[in-house]
Design a protein around this ligand. Sequence first.
Ligand code: ATP
Ligand code: MG
Length: 258
Amino acid sequence: MLRVSKVTLSYGAEPVLEGASLKVEKGQFTSLVGPSGSGKSSLLRVIMGLQRPEAGIIDLSAGREEVGILFQDDALLPWRTARENVALGLRARGTPKTKAGQEATSWLWRMGLAGFEERYPRELSGGQRKRVALAQVLALRPSLLLMDEPFASLDAIVRHRITQDLLRWVEHEKLTVLLVTHDLEEALVLSDTVYLLSQGPRASVRECYHVPIPRPRDLVQARAHPAFASLLGRLWQDLSDEVGEQHAATVQPLRREA
Ligand SMILES: Nc1ncnc2c1ncn2[C@@H]1O[C@H](COP(=O)(O)OP(=O)(O)OP(=O)(O)O)[C@@H](O)[C@H]1O
Ligand SMILES: [Mg+2]
C-alpha cells in the first residue's frame, strides 16, 4: 500500500531525517514510534505530500484522495453540527445531500453517538468530538488511514474506550493504518508491525518489530499475551538506548562557578 524509501529531510539548515524507510502492507496496522523530536510527524507530512523531502521515494498505491487523516487536534467546524461535519466530507466526494446526511447519521451511531447528531462541537466532550472526527474520516472509506497521536489529549478511560472501538473497526473493515504515537503499549496492542525511529538529528528507522498477537484482539487480553511483555521490554530498551546515546552526547555537566 505504501513504501517509503530512504527519505531525507531538513528544515533549512536543520537536518531531521536521513534515509528513513518503512512499508505499510494492505490490511495491516503499522505504527511508528520514536523519541520526541525525531521526525515522526515530519515523516507523516512527507507521506501526505505536505512536505517535500530532499531525497527519497514515497510509493503510494492509493490516490491521495483515498488517504484519511486524523490528527491530535480535530478539525471539526464549530458552526456545523456533528452530523453536518461528518456529511461534509461525503458531500465533497459528490454524495447527494440526503444520502450524505443519512450516512453521516449511521456513522455517528456506529461510533456510539446516537442522540448527539444535532449537537455542535462545543456541546460535545473531548472524547465525543474525537468520535465525530473518527466518524468523519471512516465515512470516507479511506484506503489508507494516517494518524498522528490522535488520542493524546484524552484521559485514560476515554482513550481506552475509543482505542478499543478503533481496533474493532480496523479489524472489521480490514483497514490499512499508519499510526504515529509515542505510546509504546498502544502501538503494540494495535499493530501488526511497529517501526522505531532513531533519535535525530538525521533520524532513520532503527528497528522493525513484528507483533504476533492473534486477531481479533481485545485491548486487555492483548496486553496479557506473552509476546506483549517481551516486545515491550525490547522496545523500551531500544528506545532508551537511542535517547540515552543522544542524552550523553548533548548534556554537559554543570560547571560550578568558583
Ligand atoms: N515546520 C518546521 N520548521 C522547522 N523545524 C521543524 C518544523 N517542524 C518540525 N521541525 C523540527 O523537526 C524536528 C522533528 O519534528 P517532528 O515534529 O517531526 O518530531 P516528532 O517525532 O513528531 O516529535 P513529537 O514526538 O514530539 O511529536 C524537530 O527538531 C522540530 O523542531
Ligand atoms: Mg509529532
